[in-house]
Write a protein that binds this ligand. Structure first.
Ligand code: TYD
Ligand code: MG
Length: 454
């Protein structure tokens, strides 16, 4: 048998090294480099089968056969949207999420329906066949066609898949899978990385779409090295607190469509249900409407989303007042507070500042800056903002309000939901008036503060 090779991989960024280092020179993280044992490549029969035995050939781009590219629908429009239109045959898809997020539920619902049209193999390594069957029965899913396998050895799975010839295969989850060639335990970095690479190769060569489930650590990183994300075609995260009803499916990487698209689901007693009008759910505001609350329009993937933002500013008892942001970046909050101090002349050095994006959604875009500042000022001055006001815009370090993409579409979405007043960057003001909506364009932070003072 050929000698097993070792490599050193950074768990945070996936960089490869020939020897161990205390600090990763790529991402500068400390103590993230671990030794992994690579499988002895040419020695094993099964490995050779999928890795080396292809008849590689060079061809012109225009000659590439596009016949296989039609996608199949996952039966959930929101899931298809995140995938960029559906599942592409022969692609490797990774679905990440914290335990209990609903990954197995989503895939079971999808695959039971998909199996009515084509051959689907569901490999469960975590739950027993009875557990899966019981869940399918409880959710009243069609169970006549879905093929099931309880197995954790990747070689056995691929051998059985050769006989079954499925079009789609689910691996739940990649963390329990193992290859015989690799000595370390399932779940270790080397097993996860090599199993995923093996399955991805299998997907490509046999034209089977493989959906792998991956668990996510508390910090939101996929367990195992980042390398997992490099080798798959699509990487999707199912996010949402287990105590909140809503789950968002967010595309992080997609070789077949736009990334950063989101799909929204609600976890109900009958499994996951699609939410077709997501703006409406993030806006379930009670009759009680106090200071510190403002609605913003964020742009997620290819559509606008209305989201409520709440801020609480309170006298601090601590030497270092707290800055806490849920659903947003804390560094952005600190930066905006500095802008508010310098250009808005509002001092909050002795105040605790908490901000929360309602509904458990995470907002990444800078278009939320202005709404965040106005919510903070509203709470600080205990001044309630109008209920029918929406805000968006980016705030620069010089206190200027910068335009954001798709201003017109954002305003139209807000008007559709009954908002009558908008404070937006001047350059985002529509050329033609939007019916029933008063749009105030602002250039600086001062102008924005003035616009909501009356
Ligand atoms: P599951 O799909 O097992 O999560 P994962 O595979 O991501 O670890 O989802 C389990 C959670 O979903 C569990 O906390 C219970 C909840 N759930 C419902 O609320 N309703 C349902 O119909 C189902 C099937 C699960
Ligand atoms: Mg599961």
């Amino acid at each position: 048998m050929a000698k097993a090779k070792t490599a050193y991989v950074c768990n945070a960024c996936g960089a490869d090294y020939v020897r161990w280092l205390g600090q990763c020179t790529e991402c500068k993280a400390w103590n993230t480099i671990t030794e992994i044992r690579l499988a002895a490549a040419p020695a094993s029969r099964s490995r050779q089968g999928y890795a080396g035995a292809t008849q590689a050939k060079v061809q012109t781009l225009s000659d590439v056969d596009l016949e296989q590219l039609p996608r199949f629908s996952s039966s959930f429009a929101e899931f298809d949207r995140v995938l960029g239109g559906g599942i592409v045959p022969g692609s490797a898809i990774l679905i990440g999420g914290s335990p209990g997020a609903g990954k197995s539920t989503l895939l079971l619902q999808t695959m039971c329906r998909l199996a009515e049209q084509m051959k689907v193999l569901y490999v469960t390594g975590e739950e027993s066949l009875q557990q899966v069957a019981l869940r399918a029965q409880r959710l009243a899913l069609p169970t006549n066609h879905l093929r099931m396998l309880a197995e954790t050895s990747v070689e056995v799975i691929c051998d059985l898949a050769d006989q079954e010839q499925p079009k789609v295969m689910v691996i739940d989850s990649i963390q329990v899978m193992h290859l015989a060639d690799i000595q370390s335990a399932p779940g270790s970095v080397s097993q996860v990385r090599e199993s995923a690479a093996y399955l991805t190769r299998y997907a490509k060569q046999k034209g089977v779409a493989i959906v792998m489930v991956g668990h996510v650590t508390k910090e939101g990183a996929l367990a195992g090295p980042k390398v997992l994300e490099h080798c798959v075609d699509c990487s999707i995260l199912l996010e949402g607190d287990t105590d909140s009803r809503f789950r968002t499916l967010r595309g992080h990487k997609n070789r077949f469509g736009p990334a950063n698209e989101i799909g929204v689901f609600a976890m109900t007693g009958q499994g996951l249900k699609e939410v077709t009008n997501p703006s409406a759910i993030f806006l379930q505001r009670g009759e009680q409407h106090g200071s510190g609350s403002v609605v913003m329009v964020v742009w997620e993937g290819t559509r606008p989303l209305l989201v409520e933002l709440q801020a609480l500013v309170d006298m601090s008892q601590l030497a270092n007042p707290r800055r806490v942001a849920v659903g947003m970046e804390t560094t952005r909050l600190a930066m905006l507070l500095a802008v508010l101090h310098r250009h808005g002349r509002l001092m909050m050095a002795d105040q605790d500042v908490f901000v929360n994006v309602v509904g458990g959604v995470r907002v990444m875009e800078t278009g939320a800056d202005l709404a965040l500042l106005l919510a903070i000022v509203s709470s600080f001055k205990e001044r309630v903002l109008p209920r029918d006001l929406i805000v968006f815009g980016e705030v620069g370090l010089a206190g200027e309000i910068r335009p954001v993409p798709n201003g017109q579409a954002r305003l139209q979405e807000a008007a559709k939901h009954g908002f009558r007043k908008a404070i937006v960057p001047l350059a985002n003001c529509p050329k033609e008036q939007i019916k029933g909506m008063e749009v105030i364009g602002v250039r600086t932070l001062d102008e924005a503060l003035e616009a909501c003072a009356d």
